[in-house]
Design a protein around this ligand. Structure first.
Ligand code: FES
Length: 119
């Protein structure tokens, strides 16, 4: 009989083996249909039902804005809508990307990208 710690190690080992090293997506999970959306004009792939933040993270995008005070990179932090660190333009609204489900054709832009595009 395995101890509780051994069971957890076994479970995590199986889980880690099936993680895609680029997207960090766990294998063996039922996902929504594949969708395309744009991020700062670049076409990206995601799965319906993921948040915009999760879709961006899976594509290696970690920086969503910079601090106005220090100019340091900022990105997803709480992933539950509280911190606002993941604020982006989604279509015509500024929204926390962790709270918006990705959808086919969605247009997502960082605050900085939108400023430059509309100067
Ligand atoms: S990560 Fe905190 S609000 Fe989105």
């Amino acid at each position: 009989m395995l101890s509780c710690a051994a069971l957890i190690d076994q479970f995590l080992g199986e889980l880690l083996v099936s993680v895609d090293k680029f997207t960090l997506r766990v294998g063996g999970v039922d996902r929504g249909k594949a969708v395309s959306f744009t991020f700062n004009g670049r076409v990206l792939q995601a799965f319906a039902g993921e948040s915009v933040a999760a879709a961006l993270f899976s594509q290696g995008i970690r920086t969503l804005r910079s601090s106005p005070a220090t100019n340091l990179s900022r990105g997803m932090f709480c992933l539950m809508g509280s911190c606002q660190e993941c604020l982006v333009w989604i279509e015509s609204n500024k929204q926390p990307s962790c709270q918006v489900p990705v959808a086919e054709g969605l247009k997502v832009e960082t605050l900085g990208y939108r400023e430059v595009q509309h100067e």
